[in-house]
Design a binder for this molecule. Sequence first.
Ligand code: XIL
Length: 369
Amino acid sequence: MGSPPSPTLPPSRGKGVSRRAALLSAFAVAACGRDARSQQSIPARGPEPPLKSLAPFPVGCAVQSDQLADPAYAALFTRHFSQLTPEWEMKMEYILRPDGTFRFDASDRLAAFAKTHNIRLFGHALIWYAQGPAAFERLEGEAFANAYRNYILAVAGRYRGQAVGWDVVNEAVTEDGSALRDCLWGRKLGEFDYIRLAFQYAREADPAAPLFLNDYGLDYNPAKRATFLKLAERLLKAGAPLGGLGTQSHLHADLAPGAYARAIRDLASLGLPIHISELDISLNVRGLNFASRADLEQRQARLYGEAAEAFAALPERQRFAFTVWGLRDSDSWLRREKTPNAGADGPLLFDSAGAAKSTFWAVADAVRS
Ligand code: XIL
């Protein structure tokens, strides 16, 4: 029945080829066995091995609750990932209504899905400079400070016992890396104290979950990385329960080879667990208009491999999780940007139809224990 199998191999990539070939042939053997028994044809493109069973550490993905209603999405996500980060619905912007009441409908749905499927839930994000909602803007003094504490207690407390960690403060360092950001929280509570207090309250809400400082640009900007690490040290010195460092890792395909691995080693120098927390690699690279799409895709897969390898090389106790910021290219936040070519970007591990891309294979090669 049907035509003979013709597995479509992803484009080859240096040292990955032999490992990939081994993975594929293992699958082919299993598929042949099934074929012999059932006399059914083997799909032209067999399911790739589950990333979560290849990696000796948690592999995460950002998810929005409505995406899980799509059975194809849910199947692909649960097949490959062992950890879920709410992409949006656990942020203050969603949870805190203008009148100061909370809505947990979507974050509860995500938490329930994670529980049902035995997937770790990672909390993101309690305090973020980008979000200073209306409910806070009209508060002053003690009322503001109380509402701040109450918010953190309510949100982190709700998922206590389930959340395996929290991004407590997101993006505390300025874009250029020279200082701490000026934001509503800092203006009302003190530019360092709002961060310290957030950690203290999150610990009060959840005595066990590791608490993270999370930021972006730590890979591109060594000055920002240094300021971020100084902030981490200052928090530890002040007795704040900082339990890990999150590096978002929103990269572009032209990042110089070696730069990302260097950043990971540097971030790991404090000995804290590391979370690659929002990895994606954009193909929209400015100033490289001469590069063909194929060339960019090759650089992108290489960089995905470098990121996974750098993470896998960390001591086991420092490998908190390796998380990508979206499942299929069509799910990426970068596709929703209002910039030219945003719609054509392909920053993730699976294409819009859910097929594994060369980026997937680069990660699969690198994470195999
Ligand atoms: C983004 C989400 O992907 C979008 O869907 C949302 O509208 C805005 O936030 N840094 C972060 C993430 O820490 O929370 C951001 O996620 C991407 C940048």
